[in-house]
Design a protein around this ligand. Structure first.
Ligand SMILES: [Zn+2]
Length: 115
């Protein structure tokens, strides 16, 4: 006797079968995938919030240097970004999609838009 991993009902069949039906098998795997996707959704939320925050700050300060503390006070989470952009002039920008910033000494950042 086997026990279905999805509906927990007992069923007959080969001992290595884990599901009583194709439907239970699909339900099980769909729910596993949803759990995996939930992590991506959570990180995307943080990235999106960072992007919105950086835009807001750019509207106010443009590319004037501001403190990372100011950005964080606005809800920016510096641990999350999409990629690093290396400019042709050897400068390194931390990017959130099309928007990023250059790190300066003393915790200052300078926001830039990459076209
Ligand atoms: Zn089942």
């Amino acid at each position: 006797m086997n026990t279905c991993l999805q509906c927990k009902k007992d069923f007959d069949g080969r001992s290595n079968r884990k599901f009583c039906s194709v439907s239970c098998k699909n339900k099980y795997h769909n729910s596993k995938n949803r759990e995996k996707e939930a992590k991506v959704v959570e990180i995307n939320k943080i990235l999106h919030k960072n992007w919105v925050t950086l835009h807001k700050l750019y509207d106010i300060y443009r590319s004037a240097p501001i403190s990372m503390d100011v950005a964080e006070a606005h809800g920016y989470n510096k641990n999350y970004f999409t990629h690093i952009h290396n400019s042709p002039f050897g400068e390194k920008y931390t990017m959130i999609y099309d928007l990023g910033y250059k790190n300066h000494i003393d915790n200052q950042i300078q926001i830039i838009v990459i076209d």
